[in-house]
Ligand binder design. Structure first.
Ligand code: ZN
Length: 144
């Protein structure tokens, strides 16, 4: 099935653009993109082919103006290990990428060391994984 612009109906030659028009999310062509407001966050533009797509996790909580407090995911160790293995990296590789000691990577993956904000962002950047969750979401979880 050929994708077509939801506004003018012309076939989409370039990547689809997600825009908001009168509150509705529409997939439009480049000509119609100026009719709406771009939505959907980053439109996987800087993802090279073959790479895993970063998991975008739209915030479900309604923003009351201020951004929610973010906390490192309690399952950070699992997420880091899974993301690393998906990229085919060894713990040594990851340590080199992050400029961290192998022992640091090992301790983080075995949950003996909770990464500080700087290290967390390095993991997120290099592994293309989200390790931060809003505090409010954590409180809603059970069994932690
Ligand atoms: Zn169009």
């Amino acid at each position: 099935m050929k994708a077509a612009c939801e506004v003018c109906g012309s076939p989409l030659r370039t990547g689809p653009n997600r825009v908001e028009i009168d509150g509705a999310i529409m997939i439009v062509c480049n000509n119609c993109v100026k009719l709406g407001r771009p939505v959907g966050g980053p439109v996987v533009r800087d993802v090279r082919p073959g790479q895993v797509h970063p998991s975008f996790r739209p915030a479900q909580s309604s923003f009351g103006g201020s951004s929610p407090e973010l906390e490192v995911d309690p399952e950070y160790n699992l997420k880091i290990r899974q993301a690393r293995e998906k990229l085919g990296l060894s713990q040594e590789d990851l340590g080199r990428m992050l400029n961290e000691k192998l022992s640091v990577i090992r301790m983080v993956e075995s949950k003996k060391l909770k990464p500080d904000p700087v290290l967390t962002r390095k993991f997120m950047h290099h592994l293309k994984v989200n390790l931060l969750v809003p505090m409010s979401e954590l409180e809603g979880r059970t069994g932690i």
